[in-house]
Structure formats: structure tokens, C-alpha cells
Write a protein that binds this ligand. Sequence first.
Ligand SMILES: [Zn+2]
Length: 201
Amino acid sequence: MAIRRLLRLCIFVFSVLSAAELQAAKFSRVVIDSGHGAQDNGARIGYIYEKHLALDVARRLERYLNAQGIRTVMTRTTDVFIPLEERSELANQTRDSILVSIHFNMVNYAGPKGVEAWFYNEEGRNLATFVQEEIVSSLRTANRGVKFARYKILRTCTRPAVLVEGGFISTKEDLKRCLDPKYREALAISIGNGLLRYRKS
Ligand SMILES: [Zn+2]
């Protein structure tokens, strides 16, 4: 009897420990991708390039996550060109990682504004939902929703992945916000908080 009780206790302790481990292991690293780079400027209005705004937000996100004890890997830290499949491959090769790709939007007609989060696989949808909710509630920006896309970087990524479009530089109101370092800092922090909430979920 005593042995059986001990065995049951062992099984109980083991299952509690492995459940805790599983939760903590949801991700231990964040691969942060700044959209575009070098000859690929991304969206552009005059001398304002999407690639620079994206790198700035990526750096802010890196600082924030590191301060929270989360390890990060950047796809680029300077103005260089990296093929999309190499960006997702970095996440695929990084154990227990998730991928966050940062972009800004542009269209050639007036009006659209706000933030959207794109995903490809089911876990990506889950991740994108947390990130989008956090951005919209803390930045009070227009919610353009969480959407499915077959973007190459998402399609070729085997890790949970989200692509954030942080505002329309083609719309005056959004452009003004995107040029404000305070907005970019708040955007980075809210993306980070979305990731942390996803981790706890
Ligand atoms: Zn882009």
C-alpha cells in the first residue's frame, strides 16, 4: 500500500512539474524581424522609409523584452537586405522561439488608418490576437483586426509567427503618430506585452 501511495505521489508531482515546464517552455526566445532593408525600402513617403521605422520599433521591442528577461534574436540590426526565407529560417532554427515581424502600411488612396496583425497558422492566430488586443487597447488606435495571409515569411515559418503593421504612413494622422518616438515606444511595449500575455495563456 505504502509503495502504491508513494508511486501515486510521484506521478502527481511529476505531472505538476511537467505542466509547469510545458507552460514556461511555450517560448524562451523571440526572433524580432524588422521588415525590408537596404534596396528594399518598403513603404516610402518622401524621405520617410518603412525600413527605418520598422528597425526603430524592433530595437525598442528588443530592449523591452530583454528588460523583462526574455532573450531575443534580431534578423537585422542595420540597413541590410535579408531574403524573407532566411528571416523565417532563423526562427525555425531557434529553439522554443516565436517570430514577430514589424512593418508599416501604405496605400495609394487617402483614409485608411490603424494597426493590423497577420498570421498564417493556427498558433500564429492565437499569438496575433494577443498582440493586436494589447496594441489596440493601449494605443487607442483604429483596430483593423487579426487577419490571415499567405505572406512568405509567415508561410515558411514553422514557429508561431505574427506580422504587425503598425500604422499607415500614407495617411496623415497615422504618419504623424508613426514619426513620434513616443508612439513607436508605446507600440513596441504593447507588442511586447501581447507576447508576454500569450506566453502566460
Ligand atoms: Zn512592409
